[in-house]
Design a binder for this molecule. Structure first.
Ligand SMILES: Cc1cc2nc3c(=O)[nH]c(=O)nc-3n(C[C@H](O)[C@H](O)[C@H](O)COP(=O)(O)OP(=O)(O)OC[C@H]3O[C@@H](n4cnc5c(N)ncnc54)[C@H](O)[C@@H]3O)c2cc1C
Ligand code: SF4
Ligand code: SF4
Length: 947
């Protein structure tokens, strides 16, 4: 059954009844935005509830029982088996459950379910520790999902997964009772207050212990990774009912309880690594060496079949000779493996053992070369992680990339790989690829599949049936190793585990959730074809986003994700709209269009940070720019052209307005001025609204700081933002003076603009005209590219370094020859020539989006570290929400994006921040309530001569 059924159901649902949660999203666009996770299913929730605390979870459970509405929890929504979608209430815990608290010097960590795994590791890094579970989605997956899916990855194996590293859990049962296994006497209280459930858990344990076949099967199966069905090993490993239940929640996929908080033991994060990529003539040669690698304690061993190597052959950084090997070896296989150690000596011990015990047995095509170069290592892992996206990127338009996750006995891995390849050929999945965690016998395979009708679903169904048969009956493997059962493998749990085991699972579910309201049809389902229901098609929408696999990797950095939509949701809604139109639901599509104007278009900062984490490099900001451009009326275009033409006058007026504002703020105060400018902006959309930060660094006096044009070595071109809002010009010139750098600010720059301000609003024609004008002026002022040009707004620097596609060839060539530097690069270049006195207080820095995109983070940090020993980055790699000037129009965007900045600064005892874009400094001052200045201010302060 395709997605349309859930759409029909959506129309008939009433959202008028009161919902059991203060923050409830019930609008059409909000429900559709949350209808997809990273898996192949689509279900539109009746409402999205965003509880803030345990009381609200209890209220949700009570209302769900009362009204018999199913409840599904959603953390990062990166699941691949359909376990975080629902047509009941979707409870989004990614919004308010983000606490992370390292304890005992990082040996343990307390986390809430909405904490992103990557941020947990970032907080553990200063202690040299990391989480055990290491899914490759850790940058966007959250702890609630990592625990509930019992996720794992390349290094953690079975020993360090969530099941084995969790120390205590706090959880809420569907009856509303709250339990915390860290508390003394809690197990006794559980026995007393949950006597019925406790005795059923004992009975289930007894049933397993007295059934030797089942007992042995459980022991055997959990030697390898397995996430099919419930974690039955809990019934064998633990005796007390509370311990059993709390471990059943790991891998329980939100079908038993809500996990409110957990404490996990952490692992050392070894700094020393040696990595190698070896090639083999076939699967047997590659797999034959895996046991030896395990014996010499290799920390990660990744397998790549010929098709996966093919998929990355054209990516940057591919090792030399891959193409030749692909040509010469039809069954080529690769093994990427890594040794890790706490110090150099320990690493060389490991490598010696490899050389003496393992290398002689290795039938690789050439001798193994290790690299300890961090950049090369990162590149090799990037290639490995790029396999799923690489296939996703070459799939046909509208096709889904389906990622499966199976385990085979290690000793039969080579044979299993060949059998899977035969299955691909039989079912005509010509671009199916196989890769995975060879050490664990865990293979992932990706196929691309159209889902445009019954014929496609039948093809997929036949393939899945045969794949299940192959894994279970021929190899006695596991149907899911890491990704959870979901609805994808629910019909096959019995095939793998047998009737008795599944009856134990059913009894467990009935005892904990008698009405079956927690994530129904996930893990267990009475419907034999549930894996084929609600499969989503991927309609073709706009070219720039059609490759999206809905994985969610782009969400954490997006400044608008807590305010309106994330990048993934912006794309998901375009696809929802296309489906509505195809289904003749024109009124619904129109409604969605109306909502998208603000939620999708107006509140995107178009900073493009989403592209940094996207495995297929999608910049959702480009989609938004395109949509904005398409919706411009001819009158708006004419006005934009005229503003571009008279930009110098507009700039002069704005400068005066701001100067007046700075003076007015002195008399009226910031609050009154903010209200006043908000009112003007209501009448004149686009009019910059006043922010407390504007008056801090406003300094119109830069003109008195000009240097000599003839002898200057550097041309400094203050951007229009600086010219209007001040903040950077004076300190930059002062620092340049102290470093004896001869710098010149040309006169006649009023009205010059790189074009970005127009392009971001979708006015491409005036943007192009402004860029052309800028290039002409700069070509002359820089002596035809002889003198470097310094800019002071990162986004303008990046926009110019990239250049507009439609710029004419002559100017394009000139632009390439111009040596354009951002102020942060200039500041770094000045460091050796300056006498710097470090300040003793902690300082905050924010690396603007363009720094992150063009790799200038390091320069920013170098300057900050030169000025203070205590540098914090309170914004956690996100955009501040200003997006050039978007934040002026929509202040809510910067307040939402910067909500954590003030508290994080507070926690670090930090009272001031620095960044390298004036507009971002204004935005961060507004959202944090603390002063933010240009990075040049910091450098100027630290290089002042003693009075
Ligand atoms: C590109 C890509 C690569 C991946 N690589 C890996 C990998 O290497 N290893 C791996 O194991 N997985 C991998 N996955 C799958 C997925 O990312 C992980 O399983 C991840 O841990 C899911 O986390 P999440 O926060 O997205 O959870 P969600 O998808 O939001 O939820 C997962 C499950 O947990 C439940 N849940 C969430 N929070 C709670 C809570 N507080 N209480 C109770 N139940 C809750 C949900 O109802 C759902 O059933 C990958 C996915 C993608 C898209
Ligand atoms: S461009 Fe920025 S605001 Fe827009 S979707 Fe991407 S990350 Fe979010
Ligand atoms: S835009 Fe990229 S990162 Fe975001 S969901 Fe789509 S594929 Fe994933």
């Amino acid at each position: 059954m395709l997605h349309n059924a859930s759409q029909q159901r959506l129309v008939s649902h009433s959202s008028s009844r009161p919902l059991p949660c203060r923050h409830s999203l019930t609008e059409l666009w909000q429900r559709y935005a949350f209808a997809n996770d990273a898996g192949p299913y689509l279900l539109v929730p009746q409402a999205v509830l965003q509880p803030e605390n345990e009381v609200e979870i209890q209220q949700i459970f009570a209302a769900s029982q009362r009204e018999r509405v199913p409840v599904t929890f959603r953390a990062g929504g990166t699941s691949l088996s359909g376990q975080s979608v629902t047509d009941g209430w979707l409870v989004d815990i990614g919004r308010y459950w983000r606490n992370i608290q390292p304890i005992d010097g990082g040996a343990r960590v307390r986390v809430q379910g909405g904490a992103i795994g990557g941020l947990v590791n970032a907080k553990l890094r200063p202690f040299g520790r990391k989480l055990g579970p290491d899914p490759s989605s850790i940058g966007s997956a959250m702890m609630g999902g990592i625990l509930s899916n019992n996720s794992s990855g390349m290094c953690c194996g079975v020993a360090n997964n969530a099941y084995h590293t969790v120390e205590s859990i706090r959880f809420i049962l569907p009856d509303g009772s709250v339990w915390d296994t860290a508390l003394e006497h809690e197990a006794d209280r559980f026995e007393k207050e949950q006597s019925g459930l406790a005795s059923e858990l004992r009975a289930l344990r007894h049933a397993v212990l007295t059934n030797s076949d089942l007992h042995d099967k459980i022991r055997r199966k959990y030697l390898q990774k397995n996430t099919v069905g419930y974690s039955l090993n809990a019934l064998v490993d633990y005796e007390r009912p509370l311990d059993i239940l709390s471990h059943l929640l790991i891998g329980g996929e939100g079908t038993l309880a809500f996990i409110s908080e957990a404490v996990l033991r952490t692992l050392p994060d070894h700094p020393e690594k040696a990595t190698a990529l070896a090639f083999f003539a076939d699967a047997h040669a590659a797999c034959g060496i895996i046991p030896d690698l395990i014996d010499v304690q290799c920390d990660a061993v990744e397998f790549m079949d010929r098709a996966s190597l093919e998929s990355i052959r054209n990516l940057d950084g591919v090792p030399d000779g891959l193409s030749d090997r692909l040509r010469d070896h039809q069954q080529l296989m690769g093994l990427l493996f890594e040794f890790q150690a706490p110090d150099a000596d320990a690493l060389s011990d490991k490598l010696e053992r490899f050389t003496s015990q393992c290398a002689p047995n290795m039938r690789a095509l050439s001798s193994v070369q290790f690299t300890q170069n961090k950049k090369e290592q990162a590149n090799l892992w990037k290639l490995r992680k790029g396999m799923y996206p690489a296939v996703a990127a070459v799939r046909g338009r509208g096709e889904a990339a389906i990622l499966e996750d199976v385990t085979f006995p290690l000793e039969r891995l080579g044979e299993a790989i060949e059998s899977l390849q035969e299955l691909f050929a039989k079912h005509q999945y010509s671009n199916g690829i196989i890769f995975g965690h060879a050490r664990d016998g865990n293979l992932h395979f990706v196929i691309s599949q159209a889902m445009n009708g019954q014929k496609d679903i039948d093809q997929y169904s036949r393939f899945i049936d045969e794949m299940v048969d192959l894994v279970v009956h021929r190899f006695d493997g596991a149907l899911k190793a890491e990704h959870g059962t979901g609805r994808n493998m629910a019909p096959f749990v019995e095939t793998e585990w047998g009737t008795e085991a599944v009856e134990i699972m059913r009894r467990l579910k009935r005892a904990v959730d008698p009405h079956g309201l927690l994530n129904p049809d996930v893990i267990l389902s009475s419907k034999p074809t549930i894996h084929l229901d609600h499969i989503k098609d991927l309609p073709v929408v706009e070219d720039v986003v059609d490759k999206c696999i809905e994985c969610g990797a782009c969400e954490p950095r997006c400044p608008s994700r807590d305010f309106t939509l994330s990048p993934r949701q912006r794309i998901v809604l375009r696809r929802a709209r296309a489906r509505m139109i195809a289904a003749g639901q024109i009124e619904l599509a129109k409604q969605l269009d109306r909502d998208y104007e603000f939620a999708g278009k107006a509140t995107c900062a178009t900073d493009g940070l989403c592209a940094l984490d996207c495995p297929v490099a999608i910049n959702t900001g480009d989609l938004i720019k395109q949509l904005r451009a398409e919706s411009k009326t001819s009158v708006e275009r004419e006005v934009a052209k005229s503003v571009a033409k008279n930009f110098g006058i507009a700039e002069g007026l704005a400068s005066s307005a701001i100067a007046t504002g700075a003076a007015t703020s002195f008399f009226l105060g910031d609050d009154l001025l903010t209200s006043l400018t908000s009112w003007i902006a209501y009448v004149l959309p686009g009019f910059p609204q006043w922010h407390a930060g504007i008056s801090q660094d406003w300094d119109p006096a830069y003109r008195s700081l000009l240097s000599d044009a003839e002898t200057a070595e550097w041309i400094y071109m203050p951007t229009c933002m600086s010219r209007m809002f001040g903040g950077t010009i004076a300190p930059l010139v002062q620092v340049a003076g102290r470093a004896n750098a001869k710098i010149h600010i040309p006169s006649g720059m009023q009205g010059l603009c790189c074009g970005q301000a127009f392009a971001s609003k979708g006015f491409m024609e005036p943007a192009l005209a402004k860029q052309a004008e800028w290039v002409d002026a700069m070509w002359e002022w820089s002596d035809r590219g002889e003198r470097p040009v310094v800019l002071d707004l990162g986004s303008c620097t990046t926009f110019l370094k990239t250049g507009m596609i439609d710029l004419d060839p002559v100017r394009k060539e000139r632009l390439q020859r111009l040596r354009i530097l951002d102020s942060v690069e200039f500041a770094e270049a000045m460091l050796p020539h300056l006498r710097i006195r470090k300040i003793s207080d902690p300082i905050a820095i924010h690396s603007v989006c363009s720094n992150q995109k063009s790799g200038l983070d390091g320069s920013m940090l170098a300057v900050a570290n030169a000025c203070s020993d205590q540098v914090i980055q309170p914004h956690e790699g996100r955009c501040c929400g200003m997006g050039g000037d978007r934040g002026f129009e929509i202040p809510g965007l910067i307040l939402s994006a910067g909500a954590n900045v003030g508290p994080n600064m507070e926690q670090a005892g930090c009272s001031v921040g620095y960044t390298n874009a004036r507009s971002c400094a204004i935005s961060l001052s507004s959202s944090s309530g603390k002063p933010w200045h240009s990075l040049m201010h910091l450098l100027e302060e630290c290089t002042r001569e003693d009075d």
